[in-house]
Design a protein around this ligand. Structure first.
Ligand code: PLP
Length: 416
């Protein structure tokens, strides 16, 4: 009692005002509730993050071996841009994807793409500067841009056209205050893979308005159905646009926990000297990226498609995608676009049928009843409360059980 009285007069330690508009719901309030349930001994299936090793999808043996042998050599700090041999290998990978002029001097390594998203936004955006980000998005982009004072404007990705960016909408949102546009391809949360013409259209808009393009390509080696990923920086017109391509090993080599990512600059880099100097300064301020993880890059990229067998018919990720797609499609009240890449599916809920006004409550109710953690659509800066994302990394029998739970749950679900 006395302590409560004292507390009321004591100073409270508060987070910054800058954080009040920043969200990251993938690990947000619903995930916290799941953690609370887990602490009480309830097993919760974590379908909120694309974290392959949690579902026993591990790195190839040669990658683990390389990490073991990096334990000693990885002890000192490296150069802030990154280990030279790693940057050479990354540059070679970029060239293999048609980003022809990339050299090691254009590459920065980071503690995952996540850290480089933060650095690249901090170096670019002053208060009020606008940046175009897809809706739905991988929400770190919106969060990072907002945190450094930028204004995130969301352009529509159209479900009716397989979740492709709506170029008309993109164009209508460009203003004199727009500095950049973010492209996430393959896309999280929709699993869409963008055709070349669409990327050319985006580049045309970028070139006409002198925008920087940030192309998040972390899923470029998790592509199915015989399709091929095309890098934004490799399409026609890209030579006139400053493109920052981001990628890493988290998903392609299943080492999300190693924190291993990179970004490369291409196009008219001579016009971006000042911006790149800012990036370099921020990279220096954090010393360097995790060095043992950098030391495995060259070996890992000697086999960039090590996940390929999992993505073909009969392969684990392919069959999981087939299973969840069919199951979701057949549940009354849900509809869904079939994902072509990554590990995610983004179903639509018939809001009228279930009287849904709050998608966060929807995933929370499902969590309480069936102990499965998913993420609501608005967590991806999607405007309407009628979507949710499932991570389809569990094996087929587990996914089948989850689908039954979803069907059972929706059979009589109504929000009041
Ligand atoms: N970009 C996208 C689209 C992602 O989905 C993720 C992780 O899920 C990241 C970036 C972060 O990747 P990293 O593990 O390299 O930080």
């Amino acid at each position: 009692m006395l302590y409560d009285t004292i507390l009321t007069v004591m100073k409270r330690y508060k987070k910054t005002i800058k954080l009040s508009n920043v969200g990251y719901d993938i690990r947000g309030p619903v995930a916290e509730e799941a953690a609370r349930m887990a602490a009480e001994g309830v097993y919760v299936t974590p379908l909120n993050t694309g974290n392959p090793a949690v579902f026993d999808i591990f790195a190839p043996e040669f990658v683990e071996e390389e990490m073991r042998s990096a334990v000693r050599a990885g002890q000192p700090y490296s150069d802030s841009m990154g280990v030279e041999a790693a940057r050479e290998a990354i540059a070679a990978y970029c060239r293999s994807k048609g980003i022809t002029k990339t050299g090691a001097q254009d590459v920065y390594t980071g503690n995952g793409v996540s850290e480089l998203i933060s650095i690249s936004m901090q170096a670019l955006l002053d208060d009020g500067d606008e940046i175009l980000i897809p809706s739905p998005d991988y929400p770190l982009w919106t969060g990072a841009a907002t945190l450094c004072g930028g204004k995130a404007l969301h352009y529509k990705c159209d479900e009716d056209s397989g979740w492709l960016p709506d170029l008309k909408d993109v164009r209508s949102k460009v203003s004199p205050g727009t500095k950049a546009i973010v492209v996430i391809n393959p896309n999280n949360p929709t699993g869409a893979l963008y055709p070349e013409e669409l990327l050319e259209g985006l580049m045309k808009i970028a070139a006409e308005n002198e925008l920087i393009v940030f192309s998040d390509e972390i899923y470029d080696r998790i592509v199915m159905d015989g399709e091929k990923h095309i890098s934004t920086a490799a399409v026609e017109g890209a030579e006139d646009v400053l493109v920052v391509t981001l990628n890493g090993l988290s998903k392609s080599h299943m080492v999300a926990g190693y924190r291993c990512g990179w970004m490369s600059f291409s196009g008219p880099t001579e016009r971006a000297k000042d911006y790149i100097e800012g990036v370099r300064m921020l990279a220096s301020m954090r010393m360097c990226a995790n060095v043992p993880a950098q030391l495995i890059i060259a070996k890992a990229l000697s086999n960039p498609f090590s996940a390929a067998s999992m993505l073909e018919p009969g392969g684990r990720i392919y069959e999981q995608r087939e299973c969840i797609y069919r199951a979701v499609r057949d549940i009354p009240g849900l509809s869904v676009v079939k994902p072509k890449a990554a590990f995610y599916i983004f179903p639509k809920i018939d809001v009228r049928k279930f009287s849904i006004r709050d998608d966060e409550k929807f995933v929370l109710d499902f969590l309480y009843e069936h102990h499965v953690l998913m993420t609501h659509g608005r967590g991806f800066n999607y405007p309407d409360p009628d979507h949710f994302r499932i991570v389809y990394l569990p094996e087929v029998p587990e996914l089948e059980r989850i689908a039954v739970k979803l069907r059972t749950f929706l059979a009589d679900y109504k929000q009041t």
